[in-house]
Write a protein that binds this ligand. Structure first.
Ligand code: URA
Length: 267
């Protein structure tokens, strides 16, 4: 095509640098005097940003203290959610003297941060969180334990937001679970309330056969165990917002948890 336009073509020969001239027929045609087009800044084609490399989950999670665990979670790059999160969401609860939370009697375990939680770095801050706060208040609890309410710690199975609020994948749950397990071991709750099926599956996978295929409705209403710690399963508040008729069952679950942990005394 360049030859057709009267432009001499340079072509690498086998000896690596020989000049190949345009064919004679082309040379005979005088190159038309074409005004040189003005230089145009051509943007280079967009190049896909290389995905940040993923790392290993830190070793020794089961022996970490609370600050070490927080640091491990905030720097975790063990799965692809690290590439899309704004920040990790570790959990929220009553804090003693601005330090690590003391042991708590109550632990609520949800699924994973949503969009607002990812932005604010705290679990259950959206509309479902408001309902959760109201449910906790009804049994004398709150996430920060302001008197006369008693503190309940709130954490999720997954510490990073799944993009588009999709369900967490089984391998993401498996990768993230050791963080929750260490949180439970350090907090030493008297009862865990598992809200929603992903919390239920993560906490009961060792004790309930085929838990992944069990409907939540079949496992609620009784006390299960996660390594000796009583677990009460109930509906996720986001589900209750869509299905208010089931709020009565959730209330019954809270009453069961209350009977299991003993009535909360003020902090
Ligand atoms: N849903 C959850 O399960 N956890 C949150 O933190 C927010 C919404």
């Amino acid at each position: 095509m360049l030859g057709e336009m009267g432009v001499t073509v340079w072509w690498p020969s086998e000896s690596n640098a020989a000049v190949v001239e345009a064919p004679a027929v082309v040379k005979a045609v005088a190159a038309p005097a074409v005004a040189k087009p003005p230089a145009v800044a051509v943007a280079p084609p967009p190049v896909a940003k290389p995905a940040a490399p993923l790392g290993e989950r830190p070793a020794g999670i089961a022996a970490m203290d609370w600050p070490q665990l927080q640091t491990a979670v905030s720097g975790c790059t063990a799965c692809a959610l690290a590439r899309t999160r704004t920040q990790t969401v570790f959990g929220v609860g009553p804090v003693a003297n601005g330090e690590a939370p003391p042991t708590v009697d109550w632990l609520v375990v949800g699924e994973a941060p949503g969009e607002q939680e990812d932005r604010q770095g705290e679990p259950f801050v959206g509309p479902a969180g408001k309902l959760l706060d109201n449910m906790l208040k009804a049994i004398g609890l709150s996430r920060r334990g302001e008197a006369p309410l008693k503190g309940a710690y709130i954490a999720n199975v997954i510490k990073c937001r799944p993009p588009g609020n999709r369900n967490p994948a089984p391998e993401e749950i498996a990768t993230c679970s050791p963080y929750l397990e260490r949180q439970i071991a350090l907090l030493q709750p008297k009862v865990i309330i598992a809200v929603g099926r992903f919390a239920m599956q993560a906490l009961l996978s060792d004790t309930v056969p085929d838990v992944a295929t069990q409907p939540l409705g079949r496992l609620r209403g009784r006390v299960h165990r996660w390594r000796e710690v009583p677990v009460v399963v109930t509906y996720h508040p986001a589900y209750l917002l869509r299905t208010p008729a089931d709020k009565a069952k959730a209330w019954a679950d809270l009453c069961l948890a209350l009977a299991t942990a003993g009535a909360p005394a003020a902090n």
